[in-house]
Design a protein around this ligand. Structure first.
Ligand code: NAD
Length: 338
């Protein structure tokens, strides 16, 4: 291919993926299945890696999510909310492990906090003096949407933490990050009702959760069966002593009163992670929520800090996804209901 045609292909992919991003992140109305999006995204990543001079700073490979909608008050994230790099096959996870070894100049076998990859919407919830004071979407990673009133309607999210910060039960100021999702029971019940009433069904639980949460009227969010699992922390005030590993920190978050996914576990090295991946794949069909893979995080927080971040994702974590299930035809004729 000539440089001109490569440049033209890159520009086509940037335009197409930016359009898909807008439909998916801003309007909660995807027009293509994730598998198709992922194929084009990877083609763009490969071309950009091969021809770095043609990298467009506006490329979706350099960005997180989509812009916050104007209809919501905007929230600037004190700690950015990033995306995740992903692996589609075992070899790509092995390559990720090797990249960490190379970067840290060690042949150490790492411990990973292994988590299901929940298919919903990332939110950040701020507690001050134990009270829920603000909740925001990820938005473009730097600025999200203020959805406090909607998040307050989610039954599993406490309005007050357990204990008191004076007694050291939780930090005076703490941002809990996690995924809001729809239970599968809730999703099917909603679509059954929509069918009976002749109203529009939800395309899938992920977009149903996003559309339910990004509503100006919190009564609509309250009527949807939304749930939440915490998987990380943002800002944490200095006086509180956090644990040294990610998994232990999640246990601390649980002790504050937030729900944490019970499937999360610690595993050692490539073998341990592959076992987790296999086990959770087998369990997937019996879970009452959708997952689209696993998230593997280097457990040691000091190592995480040493590894740091690239443009849109941490170097210490990867989403090892399940093979795609959707085909292009699935979305045909299905409109999204908010
Ligand atoms: P991502 O979903 O691949 O990974 C980051 C997100 O994972 C986080 O923001 C968080 O919300 C979520 N997550 C779930 N469980 C987690 C856990 N245990 N720990 C940490 N994070 C966890 O990245 P993304 O940027 O949110 O989305 C990209 C994906 O979205 C694409 O791969 C594609 O499948 C889909 N997408 C589809 C379209 C479309 O048109 N169909 C458009 C854009 C994006």
């Amino acid at each position: 291919m000539s440089t001109d045609s490569i440049s033209q292909r890159i520009s086509e992919l940037v335009t197409t993926l930016s359009d898909y991003n807008y439909q998916y992140y801003v309007l909660d109305t995807p027009t293509v299945p994730d598998a198709e999006y992922d194929r084009l995204f990877r083609e763009l990543q490969a071309l950009e890696a091969q021809y770095p001079d043609l990298l467009n700073p506006q490329s979706p490979t350099q960005k997180v999510g989509g812009a916050a909608l104007d209809k919501f008050e905007q929230v600037s994230h004190e700690v950015p909310m990033l995306s995740l790099d992903n692996a589609m096959v075992e070899d790509e996870f092995v390559a990720f492990h090797k990249r960490i070894n190379d970067r840290l100049k060690t042949d150490q076998i790492f411990e990973f906090c292994c988590e299901p990859k929940l298919d919903g919407l990332a939110v950040s919830i701020l507690y001050e003096d134990g009270k829920l004071v603000r909740a925001a979407t990820r938005g473009d990673g730097a600025v999200g949407e203020n959805i406090t009133e909607n998040v307050k309607t989610i039954k599993s999210i406490p309005l007050s933490l357990i204990g008191s910060s004076d007694n050291g039960n939780y930090p005076q100021r703490v941002e809990i990050r996690g995924e809001v999702f729809l239970s599968l029971d809730g999703f099917h019940a909603f679509n059954q009702k929509a069918k009976e009433n002749g109203t529009k069904p939800m395309v899938n639980p992920r977009n149903g959760a996003a559309g339910s949460l990004r509503q100006l009227d919190s009564k609509i969010s309250a009527a949807r069966p939304l749930a939440f699992y915490a998987y990380g922390l943002g800002v944490v005030s200095d006086e509180f002593e956090l644990a040294d590993t990610h998994c232990e920190r999640l246990q601390q978050v649980k002790s504050f009163g937030l729900p944490v996914c019970p499937e999360i576990t610690v595993a050692k090295g490539i073998e341990g992670v592959l076992d987790f991946y296999k086990n959770i794949s087998e369990k997937r069909a019996s879970l009452n929520y959708e997952i689209d893979g696993t998230v593997l995080k280097v457990n040691d927080i000091d190592l995480q800090a040493e590894l740091g971040f690239v443009a849109r994702a941490p170097r210490w974590a990867i989403a090892y996804k399940f093979p795609a299930q959707e085909e292009l035809t699935v979305l045909n004729d299905v409109e999204f209901q908010v």
